[in-house]
Unconditional design. Structure first.
Lengths: 183, 102
């Protein structure tokens, strides 16, 4: 409860529309992480945390057991911070890789949250490349596939419909690849 | 602070009136020179390692009361500016508490 209260004080508690979040996020990200340098390290640390059971058995973040509940309580707040504030610039590559790993989490709610966060923080300039990347990588687990499809759904629903016609007309291959995946 | 230790075994979800009492006292003088001391004391109590003995009849967790007090203090709008310097440390304490088995 204390953590949630503090995060609400730092980044706000009211839910705002995804479009407005994306518009505000770039500007607010630097402001909050610069003002509270410890926040960036905390976010990375929370995403890295493993449950006690996983630590004892040597399970890595990519292969967490479904019975380990502690990571949900540590990873979820971190993803909430990233969703509202954005990715810390100094740790961008690491955080993005950790978020991508969460797309394959055995816990549904973590996959869903990671998909939502990744879907909202994507750079609109490279959105088509992001979608191609999500479709092309062949993941062996159903969980990872589910996470990637959730992320795609968020990306597609996040943009206004009229903007897609321009993008799709120039990138026909995306539809072809989606059809291949559906088969 | 002595109430927190005295009532450490009386565990309630929100620590009853303790947070309200401490917040009320601090609200009276948010700019006082001694405002920082209670915050530091609460942070110390909240950071204390949890020790649970198997043969203990009652469970003493003053950390619970300290955390609830800190929550009320940091969510109080009157104490916002005064608590700003302690925000980072309290955030670290809150994150570390997630690792506790209790």
């Amino acid at each position: 409860m204390l953590l949630k209260a503090l995060l609400t004080r730092l980044v706000g508690g009211a839910s705002i529309s995804p479009i407005k979040q994306h518009q505000n996020r770039r500007n607010s990200s630097k402001l909050t992480y610069a003002k509270y340098p410890v926040l960036a390290d905390l976010v990375v640390g929370l995403l890295h945390k493993k449950g006690k059971a996983d630590e004892e058995s040597g399970v890595t973040n990519e292969h967490m057991s479904g019975t380990s509940m502690q990571p949900v309580e540590t990873v979820f707040p971190a993803m909430e911070v990233i969703e509202r504030v954005g990715v810390p610039v100094d740790h961008e590559e690491l955080v993005m890789s950790l978020l991508m790993a969460q797309l394959g989490s055995p816990v549904w709610i973590l996959r869903e949250k990671a998909a939502k966060v990744l879907g909202h923080i994507h750079n609109s300039q490279v959105i088509l490349d992001d979608i191609c990347g999500l479709l092309q990588n062949q993941e062996p687990s159903q969980n990872a596939l589910h996470g990637r499809l959730l992320c795609l759904k968020v990306i597609v629903c996040d943009r206004p419909r009229h903007s897609w016609s321009e993008l799709l007309s120039s990138r026909r291959t995306i539809i072809d690849e989606a059809n291949i995946l559906r088969r | 602070m002595s109430c927190i230790e005295a009532k450490a075994s009386a565990l309630t979800r929100r620590s009853a009136g303790l947070p309200a009492m401490i917040t009320g006292i601090l609200s009276a003088h948010p700019d006082s020179i001694v405002f920082d001391n209670p915050i530091l004391d609460l942070q110390t109590i909240a950071s204390t390692q949890v020790v649970l003995a198997a043969d203990q009849i009652e469970t003493r967790l003053p950390q619970v009361h300290a955390l609830n007090c800190l929550k009320d203090i940091f969510t109080n709008s009157r104490l916002g500016p005064a608590t700003e310097p302690h925000l980072a440390t309290t955030l670290t304490i809150a994150v570390n508490c997630l690792e506790n088995n209790v």
